[in-house]
Design a protein around this ligand. Sequence first.
Ligand SMILES: [Fe+2]
Length: 367
Amino acid sequence: MEVKRVNINDLAPGMLIADNVYNSANQLIVPRDVVLTDKAITRMRFHSISSARVYFSDESSDNSSASTPPKDNREASFFEKLRETDEFVAFNKDFEKSIPIFEKKLNAMLKGNSEPDNDTLIGIVDDMFYSCRTGIQLFNLLHCMRNFDDVTFSHSINVSLICGVLATWLNRSKTEVELLMQCGIYHDIGKLMIPKAVLDKPGKLSPEEFALIKTHTTQGYNILKERKLPREVKLAAMMHHERCDGSGYPMRLKGNQIEECAKILAIADVYEAMTSPRIYRKALCPFEVIRLFEIDGLSLFDPVYLLPFMENISQSYVGNMVKLSDDSIGQIIFINKLSYSRPIIKMANGEYVDLSKESGRSIVAIL
Ligand SMILES: [Fe+2]
């Protein structure tokens, strides 16, 4: 049997995994020689695993249907239509303009060992943040963005904006909203100290490379600690990869040992990673992301912040038409409080379907 590396988007239930699959904390997610299930693929997506090695029989490796990536047509017309609007075109233009400014200002801070130009950076994200009518509209616009080459700067802007929306949903004051947006701007600054060849390396990292990437948290803190920035911004850089169950890094902190700003930022950081289009996959539908959080997220992230986040996103789509995994179409009527990703749907034939009572079907696209 031949072994091939397959992108996450092309993995399918029934494939046989050839290597152990580990997450960024080196925990085993899927053991080798296991037949993939939907749940296992979902777990891998949740942990931002980009690919896995699977066995192909000699017959199937010759057969184009086995090795050709399945068509992913889950991207819905809702986002296609939004992409055509003047609002998106203007937002995208502002975003594209802001990336080189971020790059210049953050690099200047490192090279010149100077104070950050906080007013310019916060001004850029503020303008984008307040140009949107609602938080969910901002999320929808971000969902439509193309894949930027420079992941670090566009990721920092996105995370900053998502932090702002989440802080608003948590009923925080304007000052606290701005503080959390600042946490987003600087949280990954330590990545500027990591060689690009390691940061952008496709495929599996060696243990040494992975250890190096993990230092972006402490390196970020060291860059920020003497600068004129709020304490929360510095601690968010240090702690945004800590997880409530102690599985994170760099200090394996648990629950309340993790600063609030870092816990909120961690949710925005992971949400951004899952909803941004990547080279190896399209952006996930918001309900798929919520489903991933429901499966694995409640022990990793503080439910005090995660539950309002999931509730606000899901409630925003009540009334929208959606496509289900069996290609049927319906309208979201009611969000289930115990299962945000599985609302009650009114189907085209007038029948009501409670997805929380069905294990087979889920929402795959917003129409
Ligand atoms: Fe990070």
